[in-house]
Design a protein around this ligand. Structure first.
Ligand SMILES: Nc1ncnc2c1ncn2[C@@H]1O[C@H](COP(=O)(O)OP(=O)(O)OP(=O)(O)O)[C@@H](O)[C@H]1O
Length: 209
């Protein structure tokens, strides 16, 4: 379960106060957050991820009010329970694909077996690259690795920031289907923010900022 209540946020030395609509997702419900450029979509996602602290309001995931956690507790909570798919790819260049996934698992402090890694790489069509360094991967392969890194530790929620905006129709469909598949398999919520209207038909719950 994820819910937010009366969330507001303001960047330091910056004018606008963002006021976000309340959300309430029951087990395994997904959400699409739409809105035009600059409206505060990434800001909202970073609040949900615990990367920013709200000025007021609450963010609750299961029994945890995440904006009340102290920094160290929040780091632990985020590592174990949140999977982020960023606009910019963020794998560690000096490690191989498998080593990157193992590093992510280590950070989550969870026990995930090698079988689970192999299975995920097969689903994402990355098996042939499991022992390759990051720089040899194509854009599409990097995108799929981003999904693997967000899902490998079986988080409570996968948060994706504009995962499809630079993709053609074929790859847009593929990426959304992979995200939905990973969320379903790991019983995570999937929250996607985008201004890409092509994604709408994949979600029952949508809100606009
Ligand atoms: N660190 C920051 N300090 C001050 N202002 C910021 C900061 N980050 C973002 N903003 C401003 O907050 C507003 C919302 O930014 P945000 O990135 O959340 O929008 P967005 O809806 O995700 O936009 P886009 O679709 O273009 O990515 C923008 O006007 C942006 O310039």
């Amino acid at each position: 379960m994820i819910k937010t209540k009366n969330l507001t946020f303001q960047y330091k030395n910056s004018e606008p106060i963002f006021r976000f609509p309340d959300i309430h997702l029951s087990a395994q419900e997904n959400l699409l957050i739409l809105g035009k450029s600059g409206v505060g979509k990434t800001t909202f996602l970073h609040l949900l991820a615990g990367l920013l602290k709200p000025v007021s309001g609450t963010i609750t995931m299961d029994d945890n009010v995440i904006n009340k956690l102290k920094n160290k507790e929040l780091d632990g909570f985020r590592g174990a329970n949140i999977g982020l798919v960023f606009q910019k790819k963020h794998a560690i260049q000096s490690l191989t694909v498998t080593e990157n996934l193992k590093a992510r698992i280590l950070f989550s402090k969870k026990r995930i077996t090698t079988d689970v890694i192999e299975n995920l790489l097969t689903q994402l069509d990355l098996s042939a690259y499991k022992n390759k360094k990051i720089h040899v991967l194509s854009e599409g392969q990097l995108q799929r690795l981003g999904i693997a890194l967000a899902a490998i530790h079986h988080p409570k929620v996968i948060l994706a920031d504009e995962p499809t905006s630079s993709l053609d129709d074929f790859n847009c469909k593929k990426v959304i289907e992979l995200l939905l598949q990973q969320a379903q398999q790991t019983k995570a919520h999937l929250i996607v923010i985008t201004h890409d209207a092509r994604v709408k038909c994949y979600f029952q719950n949508t809100i606009s900022l």
